[in-house]
Design a protein around this ligand. Structure first.
Ligand SMILES: NC(=O)C1=CN([C@@H]2O[C@H](COP(=O)(O)OP(=O)(O)OC[C@H]3O[C@@H](n4cnc5c(N)ncnc54)[C@H](OP(=O)(O)O)[C@@H]3O)[C@@H](O)[C@H]2O)C=CC1
Ligand SMILES: O=C(O)[C@@H]1CCC=N1
Length: 278
């Protein structure tokens, strides 16, 4: 289904690279099918060309005209630089997929011709190793076949959850930003491990398997996360001692607030910038 499709990435940052790396690794797309462009960083395009063998260009208008699927992968605040110039090139023969945090499909549709199909996606950087948790929602002109195409793309690089637009910012706080929370926890655990006498290599191996094993256990068990951590806690033991510190530092409350703050930031990113004062 995607054999003949040409996919253009507008944006060449870490999310674009995670998607490109995943699509190629999973052999869903060949490097010849992918073209990447950005705003101005030529060395970044050369880097992606060298690593993945993809096409790169600074001729955006031509690249858009030649593409079947256009992935918007710039920062939300740069959308308005890009889209107005492309309005005449993007018609309803093309599918637009946006991974922009906070930006509603209606905002993108407003800059395009009528009936252009837009699908909004929120993947995460685990796409690069085919383990993204991606949520999708469809714009008003997107048909089932467009969602099917997006689902096909993203299911090659992880799980796909179809949801409604009003939930996409919550998704962003949970699973879009989510990998970063885990990496931050791993970093702190690594630091503590080396302070306590382990080598970096020993710490890394143990922490990765601990995180991985805990995720699999959570997936395969009927128990809640709360029940599972209580299972680890022997009365009067080490985990209980650790949790006394976590509680005293409001660890869970802090994490809850962080996720909600990310969601709130996504809400803000989606609001139009105020008109400059004259
Ligand atoms: N990083 C993540 O984990 C996730 C990110 N996202 C979303 O993905 C998007 C990109 O994020 P991320 O990759 O982290 O950001 P980066 O800052 O790493 O990359 C942004 C890219 O956009 C390019 N760009 C800027 N302006 C334009 C333009 N007018 N036309 C084309 N390209 C342009 C930049 O080019 P140049 O360098 O030349 O300025 C750069 O290549 C964001 O909207 C974010 O919300 C979604 C899910 C997860
Ligand atoms: O930090 C961000 O804004 C992007 C969106 C989700 C993850 N990274």
């Amino acid at each position: 289904m995607l054999n003949e499709k040409k996919v253009l990435f507008l944006g060449a940052g870490s999310m674009a690279e995670s998607l490109i790396g995943g699509f190629i690794r999973e052999e869903l797309l060949t490097s010849e099918q992918i073209t990447v462009t950005n705003k101005s960083d030529e060395s970044r395009l050369t880097e992606l060309e060298n690593i993945y063998g993809v096409n790169t260009t600074d001729q955006v208008v031509e690249a858009v005209a030649a593409a079947d699927i256009i992935v918007l992968a710039m920062k939300p605040k740069h959308l308005q630089d890009a889209l107005p110039h492309l309005t005449n090139q993007i018609d309803n023969s093309k599918l637009v997929i946006s991974v922009l945090a906070g930006v509603a499909t209606s905002t993108i549709e407003a800059d395009l011709k009528d009936h252009v199909a837009v699908v909004r996606a929120m993947p995460n950087t685990s796409a690069k190793v085919a383990a993204s948790a991606t949520a999708l929602c469809q714009g008003t002109a997107a048909a089932k076949k467009d969602v099917d195409t997006a689902r096909l793309l993203f299911s090659a690089i992880g799980t796909v959850t179809c949801t409604t637009e009003d939930k996409m910012n919550a998704v962003t706080g949970v699973s879009g930003s989510g990998p970063a929370y885990f990496y931050a926890a791993c970093e702190a655990m690594e630091e503590a491990a080396t302070e306590a006498g382990l080598s970096k290599e020993e710490a890394r191996e143990l922490i990765i398997q601990t995180m991985y094993g805990a995720a699999i256990r959570l997936e395969q068990s009927d128990k809640t996360a709360g029940e599972l951590y209580k299972e680890v806690m022997s009365p009067g033991g080490t985990t209980e001692a650790a949790f006394e510190v976590l509680k005293s530092k409001a660890f869970q409350q802090t994490l809850r607030e962080a996720v909600l703050q990310a969601k709130q930031k996504a809400d803000e990113l989606g609001r139009p910038a105020p008109e400059p004062k004259l």
